[in-house]
Design a protein around this ligand. Sequence first.
Ligand SMILES: [Zn+2]
Length: 342
Amino acid sequence: MNFDIHAHHYLDANTLEQQLAVMHKRLTAASLADDPPIHELREYAHRWTFEKASKQQQVFEETRALAIKHQVEYYRNSRDKAQCKVCGVEFAFHWENPHRKSRLSQRPELCLQCFREKRDQLLRDERLAQFRVDNPLMYHYLDQQGAPPRPAQYQAVLNWRDHDEECNRISLGLVLVGDSFTGKTTACYHLAHGAVERNDFSEFLAVNSTHLNSIPEKVLDRSIGPFMERLKSVELLLIDDLDKVRITPRVASELWGLFEDRLRHHEFPILITMNTRTKRDFVRLFSGRDADSRQIGLSIYNRIRQACQFIDFDVETQPADPPALGTDGPGSQEPTALGNPN
Ligand SMILES: [Zn+2]
């Protein structure tokens, strides 16, 4: 006997079992009496179960269709209109939960465009607040609103981008060289503030020689790890007055690790200011102690020379010819810095 009807999944299991039990009794009785013939009875039992199952299936299908219809109705009814509180435009929206319409759900107040603008504004405020927390010296540099001492170089710094419009990498940073009081650091702060405001970078951190001179101290109190990690991972880093750092072997190797990590492994841009203008003078900063440090100094110089754009703040008027931005003093055999945006 084949009761394997696919529709029986929709029957109540107990009901089906009871019916089968009854049928089994009848079949047993019939086979004993042999009247009516057993095959007829089997056929009857089969048909009876099948009809019953079909009926159940039909009810199930109808219920399901009704449920879908209700769902569609709910969706249709959930469409509504609201007026934007900012721009006044009327816009359509869907109630997320039609059941709770007008009781617990809230009517949206802003159209999509105004909502996005407001969201971007909140995120921008958040980034700038973090900028102020990270850089306590910010007020000093951002308040310098007078004419920059080197307008052409200042503008070149503000025009610096690490990506072009197609998101191709064009530069890994800036190295601003020249005398003090030519506005190098101020230009960096203005660049960074604008970049964080535009969301070109989400965060900026400035460190100077005071911070870096505390490296030996941080080695002793074991806070060197998190400190260097922060310098390696911040999206945009400024090292102000790099040539004022007292270079010990440990400081030299930490600096090398920092530049390698940022410029080579992660391609995180870096901004550097220093008075030192030539390669020879730069390497001399490292040569006080031993030959190893000297080699590190040379490697660091070559790395930043290759990755960053150099801007000389000593010339009064910046030449319009872009390759001149990378000049390295007389007699230099260095190639022009890569990543020149012009
Ligand atoms: Zn609006």
